[in-house]
Design a protein around this ligand. Structure first.
Ligand code: ASP
Length: 336
C-alpha cells in the first residue's frame, strides 16, 4: 500500500506481553498484565497521527520475553499467518529480551507478503518515561506504510526500523537499545515529530524456511566459548540428544583447543555444527590454521554463519532441521 494511503490501512495488532504491558504498581509488581485494549487506551496519538487507520486488536499472551519459547513462536506464527489475508500490516508487541529471536523466527517462516513489525518498550506503561506509546505509533505507521514492503519482519524501536535478521538488543536499559551492528538500520520513523517512515536500504539477506504448523522443533544447543574451555558442554549436549550445535566462537570463528574433541564427536555423529562469533559484529570465516582455528573447523565439516548471532543461528538451525534440510542443502543456507 503506498504511504499516502497509510491512513486507511488495516493494521492488526497482536499483544504478547513484555514491559510494554507492565503496570508498575504495588499490585502488579512489574509483571506484564495489561491487555491490548488497555495498552492502546494509553496511546491516543495513534488516532491523532494516523487518522483513519483500521486497527484490529488481538491478545495473544501477557508473557515476559524470557518466557517465550520457540514452540510459542511457532504458535504465534500460525496466529499471524491467519491474519495476513485481511491486513495490510501486522504489529506485534513483545518483551524486548527475546524480541530479536521471535522476530527472526517469524521472518523465516512468515515470508514478506505484508510488513510484520515488532515493537515493545524499555519502561513500564505506568512510568512517566514510557516509550511504548511512541514505539506503537511508529510501528503502526511502518506497518501501514508503503516504504517497507517486501522486507519481511521488522523491529521498530526508538525511531529506527531494523531487519529482524540483523537487529540485536545492545543495552540492558537504554531506550535506543536495538541496533543492527553490522549494517545499521533499514530506515527511520518518528510519527510524533511528523517524520514519516523513511527507507534507507534493503535487508542484507532474507530467506524463508517453510515448516508445518504442528512441526516438532528439534533440540539445538547454543554454546558460548571462553578461554581455557574444554569439551564438557559439547559431550553433555550430545548425550542429551542434540540435533545440532551452534557455537559462539572467538573472533572470526576459532575455538580453544580443548573444545575440538567435542566438535569432532558431534561431526562423527553427523550432528551439524554451526559457527558464529561472540563478537558483536563482523563475519566468521575459515581463516587461521592453528589447532581449533577456522580452517580446522571447516575440515571437520562445520558450517560458518556470517553476520548471524548465536541465538538467531540456533533458531535457523532448528527451523531448517524441522524442515528436513540436511547435508549440502543445509550448508547452502548459510553462505554469506
Ligand atoms: N524483561 C522484559 C521482557 O522482555 C523487558 C522488556 O520487555 O523490555 O519481557
Amino acid at each position: 500500500m503506498p504511504s499516502e494511503n497509510a491512513g486507511s490501512a488495516r493494521v492488526a495488532t497482536v499483544f504478547t506481553g513484555g514491559t510494554i504491558a507492565v503496570s508498575a504498581n504495588k499490585v502488579a509488581k512489574n509483571v506484564p498484565v495489561l491487555s491490548g485494549r488497555e495498552i492502546l487506551e494509553r496511546v491516543p496519538e495513534i488516532a491523532q497521527y494516523l487518522p483513519g487507520l483500521k486497527l484490529q486488536v488481538h491478545d495473544f499472551a501477557t508473557l515476559p520475553g524470557p518466557h517465550i519459547s520457540p514452540e510459542m513462536m511457532l504458535t504465534l506464527a500460525s496466529f499471524v499467518r491467519a491474519l495476513l489475508e485481511h491486513s495490510d500490516g501486522i504489529v506485534i508487541t513483545h518483551g524486548t529480551d527475546s524480541m530479536e529471536e521471535c522476530a527472526y523466527f517469524l521472518d523465516l517462516v512468515i515470508g514478506d507478503r505484508i510488513p510484520v513489525v515488532f515493537t515493545g518498550s524499555m519502561h513500564p506503561a505506568t512510568d512517566a518515561a514510557w516509550d511504548g506509546g511512541q514505539n506503537l505509533v511508529d510501528a503502526c505507521a511502518v506497518a501501514a506504510s508503503g516504504a517497507f514492503q517486501k522486507m519481511g519482519t521488522l523491529v521498530v524501536m526508538a525511531g529506527q526500523v531494523h531487519a529482524a535478521s540483523e537487529v540485536t538488543k545492545s543495552h540492558t536499559m537504554k531506550d535506543d537499545t536495538f541496533r543492527s551492528p553490522d549494517f545499521g538500520p533499514l530506515g527511520t520513523v518518528n510519527t510524533l515529530k511528523l517524520d514519516a517512515p523513511k527507507r534507507i536500504r534493503e535487508p542484507h539477506r532474507r530467506m524463508n524456511l517453510s515448516i508445518g504448523e504442528d512441526a516438532d522443533l528439534p533440540y539445538v544447543e547454543l554454546i558460548k566459548t571462553y578461554s581455557g574451555m574444554d569439551d564438557m558442554l559439547f559431550v553433555a549436549a550430545l548425550k542429551a540428544g542434540a540435533s545440532g550445535i551452534v557455537i559462539e566462537a572467538m573472533g572470526q570463528g576459532n575455538v580453544p583447543p580443548g573444545v575440538v574433541n567435542g566438535i569432532s564427536r558431534a561431526r562423527e555423529m553427523n550432528v551439524p555444527v554451526v559457527i558464529t562469533t561472540r563478537c558483536l559484529a563482523g563475519p566468521v570465516r575459515p581463516y587461521y590454521a592453528y589447532e581449533g582455528a577456522g580452517r580446522e573447523l571447516e575440515k571437520l565439516g562445520c558450517i560458518f554463519a556470517p553476520y548471524l548471532s548465536g541465538p538467531k543461528a540456533r533458531i535457523k538451525l532448528m527451523l531448517a532441521t524441522a524442515a528436513g534440510i540436511e547435508g549440502e542443502a543445509l550448508r547452502a543456507l548459510w553462505e554469506a
